[in-house]
Design a protein around this ligand. Structure first.
Ligand code: SAH
Length: 226
């Protein structure tokens, strides 16, 4: 098995572009820069560039590349953004976001704070992000992300990578005016809706329902119980 996945990475990006899923130049650059093979468990490394979800620890999953692309195109990230991710998992999605908000080799611009509920996964994400070279642009916090991360609020963008029963109020409160959140909402282990929440002003929010998705459940105080 070749350990150089360059060709596979390019092929995946071309395919996502052809399908119209991957569009913005910054995101395309991020997909070409982040090595997904670093974030996947050894037994499935060969499938690192399949466009499918892959298993990580404790029954959790690494989202499929097309899902990462869809969520990020909707999030509309740019350089300098302060982002909160809820559900670090393997750390792959956080790395893609970090490469957009704070591109490699350009000094530190934006920052990603990613909260992970399960301690073993928080540790895994930390390790993977370090191996991939993102420890300076991503901070991994172990805790209940359904409560957001008040210490660093407000955020320009919030990304939730687990399915919530409803949009957690603390996350809305920690979203800056003019900011945007992308979050799957719906029943656990079933078809959910990808929601986009824009913070318009004061207590005014606008919500849009996007396509069907399937995510592992968000658990915690403002989410499902364990
Ligand atoms: N973004 C990840 C995939 C996330 S899978 C990646 O790129 O690999 C969803 C993750 O959300 C799981 O790791 C799960 O443990 C975590 N999770 C569930 N509820 C959470 C909560 N309340 N706060 C933080 N993380 C949570």
């Amino acid at each position: 098995m070749s350990l150089d996945f360059e060709a596979e990475r390019r092929e995946l990006v071309e395919s996502l572009k052809r399908q119209g899923i991957l569009r913005s130049p910054e995101l395309i650059r991020a997909f070409l820069a982040v090595r997904r093979e670093v974030f996947v468990p050894l037994p499935v490394m060969r499938s690192a560039y399949d466009d499918s979800p892959l298993p990580t620890m404790q029954g959790q999953t690494i989202s499929a590349p097309h899902m990462v692309a869809i969520m990020n195109e909707e999030l509309d990230l740019r350089e300098g953004v302060k982002l909160l991710e809820v559900g670090a998992g393997s750390g792959y999605h956080a790395a893609i976001c970090a490469e957009v908000v704070s591109p490699s080799g350009r000094g530190l611009r934006g920052h990603v704070f990613t909260v992970e509920y399960r301690p073993e996964l928080a540790e895994l994400a930390r390790r993977n992000l370090e191996l991939a070279g993102y420890e300076d642009r991503v901070t991994v916090i172990q805790g209940d992300g359904s409560q957001g991360y008040p210490a660093e609020a407000p955020f320009d963008r919030i990304l939730v990578t687990a399915a919530a029963p409803y949009v957690p109020e603390p996350l809305k409160e920690q979203l800056r005016v003019g900011g945007r959140m992308v979050i799957p909402v719906g029943p656990p282990y079933s078809i959910q809706k990808l929601n986009r929440v824009d913070h318009i002003s004061g207590t005014k929010y606008r919500e849009y329902e996007k396509g069907d998705v399937v995510f592992v459940p968000l658990i915690g105080k403002y989410a499902y119980s364990e």
